[in-house]
Design a protein around this ligand. Structure first.
Ligand code: FAD
Ligand code: AMP
Length: 475
């Protein structure tokens, strides 16, 4: 007889593992299956985010920023450190240990919440059964009242840019380099390309980023994108816009990258080339014939706003379904689905999902950009506040960038908040909460912000919306 569960989750990334944990908290009998294999062959829960994405990238961003600050900024603080040395092996060891602790944490949370974690490949069969193939090839069939598909995404590869994992690499490989490439090429100036480019630039690589689109960071507020481009240029990131890569070949231990821009065709020679042109939903081997689960034309599993696939009691969440490919979006979908399965209330507010780019300065936003509000035709007002006027940012020697609040002219509702500057990713949480509660600008204006903190920048930007900023000049 096959094992029977209330819920089986396929995939233990930041969408799948929260779904499994919440199902356990809801007293459901739950199993979570994953087949993840690290580059050293070891198994781990946590998916892309913990093992090859959010966490290792942030570990290296932190280490490389500390190195760069020690090199360029300690002297300003009056700290003399003599000759600075970089130990990449130690840096990478720390990155690996941060990842190990975090993915071990998922296993511990499964235990604490009564989730059965299973190593193996999961394949949905018709009739809410799941075929599990273990690492040794042994097969078993599980049954469940509900199945949650959370199989995530994988990097997009470019035709004529053949991935070899050594010279032409993806984001995962680029997090595990064991030496600093003298010349690094990055295809794609998206979030991942910019974060990885920043890491290796800070550690000494000469970095060229090739981006097909003519506009820099088109998804961000225009003023923020302009400010970011200025800072990245100053840091020595050579970002070429309107540069479409058509081919790359490895020869003599280097990569020749062919790209075309308005001036014609060029060849760039680099020691390593990172392809960071986006991610695609991953469903290989996931769905047996006849399950009835449908994919859209881009390969995403089709779902409604509650992540129902249309097949009774089969749900799908995270990167494998529509919406931004972000860990926290997947997490909320996982929690929503587990609560709905338990007969409770569940909802994701897709309008209020924060985005963060962990460069320096950091970039974070929530809601609509000024350009989107303008295009929508609703009259609006804008307030900004520069970190150069923030005492805390000055004290931190990090007085770059600004905060910007966009609000409706009619009822003062906050429509979007955009920050480029120190700890922007942390600061944006206040704006997310404000927008979740449909706050007005006046609500933020009347909220006391501790002094001196970076959060005052959001307070002052909200005041500036009505030309009432105290610490900045109202324009
Ligand atoms: P995944 O994390 O991809 O997990 C899917 C899991 O399913 C995997 O473990 C896989 O092994 C397993 N699986 C798939 N098919 C099967 C099967 N048939 N049987 C068993 N197991 C299966 N997002 C952020 O929000 N913030 C960041 O800072 C951030 N940084 C990133 C940096 C990088 C370099 C990358 C690559 C991504 C980053 N992301 C970030 C994106 C984030 O990692 C994804 O949005 C997130 O991991 C998606 O979660 P998921 O659970 O849907 O899928
Ligand atoms: P994201 O989807 O945010 O990870 O960003 C990926 C970026 O890669 C996008 O801005 C794309 O325009 C860019 N891109 C995709 N294909 C190419 C290519 N062939 N050459 C240069 N840039 C590309």
């Amino acid at each position: 007889m096959s094992e029977v569960y209330d819920v089986i989750v396929i995939g233990s990334g930041p969408a799948g593992y929260p779904a499994a944990i919440r199902a356990g908290q809801n007293k459901l009998k739950v199993a979570c299956i994953d087949e993840w294999k690290n580059t050293d062959g070891s198994f781990a829960f946590g998916g892309t985010c913990l093992n090859a994405g959010c966490i290792p990238s942030k570990a290296l961003l932190e280490s490389s920023e500390l190195y760069q600050r020690a090199k360029d900024e300690f002297a300003v603080h009056g700290i003399k450190i003599g000759a600075l040395e970089l130990d990449l092996a130690a840096m990478q060891k720390r990155r690996a240990s941060v990842v190990k602790v975090m993915s071990g944490g998922v296993a511990a949370l499964f235990k604490a919440n009564g989730v059965t974690g299973i190593q193996g490949h999961g394949r949905l069969l018709p009739g809410n059964r799941v075929l599990v193939t273990g690492p040794d090839g042994a097969e078993k069939t599980l049954e469940a009242k509900h199945v949650v598909l959370a199989s995530g995404s994988v990097p997009v590869r470019l035709k004529n840019v053949p991935h070899d994992g050594k010279y032409i690499v993806d984001s995962w490989n680029a997090l595990e380099f064991d030496s600093i490439p003298a010349r690094l090429g990055v295809i794609g100036a998206g979030v991942i390309g910019l974060e990885l480019g920043s890491v290796w630039r800070r550690l000494g690589s000469e970095v060229t980023v090739l981006e097909a689109l003519p506009q820099f960071l088109p998804m961000t507020d225009g003023a923020i994108a302009k400010e970011a481009q200025r800072h990245f240029k100053k840091q020595g990131l050579d970002i070429k816009l309107g540069a479409k890569v058509s081919a790359a070949t490895v020869a003599g231990g280097a990569v020749d990258v062919v790209y075309t821009d308005a001036q014609g065709e060029h060849t760039l020679t680099v020691d390593k080339l990172v392809v960071a042109v986006g991610r695609r939903p991953f469903t290989e081997g996931l769905l047996a014939e006849g399950t009835g689960v449908r994919l859209d034309e881009r390969g995403f599993i089709e779902v409604d706003e509650h992540c129902r696939t249309g097949v009774p009691n089969v749900w799908a969440i995270g990167d494998v379904v529509r919406g931004p490919m972000l860990a926290h979006k997947g997490k909320e979908e996982g929690v929503m689905v587990a609560d709905l399965i338990a007969g409770q209330f569940g909802e994701v507010n897709y309008k209020v999902i924060p985005s963060v780019i962990y460069t320096a300065p950091e970039i974070a936003w929530v809601g609509q950009t000024e350009e989107q509000v303008k295009a929508g035709g609703r009259p609006y007002k804008v307030g900004t506040f520069p970190f150069s006027a923030s005492g805390r940012a000055r004290a931190m020697e990090a007085a770059q960038g600004f905060a910007k609040v966009v609000s409706a002219k009619d009822d003062d509702e906050v429509l979007g908040v955009h920050v480029i500057g120190p700890m922007a990713g942390e600061l944006i949480a206040e704006a997310v909460l404000a927008m979740e509660y449909s706050a007005s600008t006046e609500d933020i204006q009347r909220t006391i912000h501790a002094h001196p903190t970076l959060s005052e920048a959001i307070h002052e930007a909200a005041l500036a919306v009505d030309k009432k900023a105290i610490d900045g000049i109202n324009r």
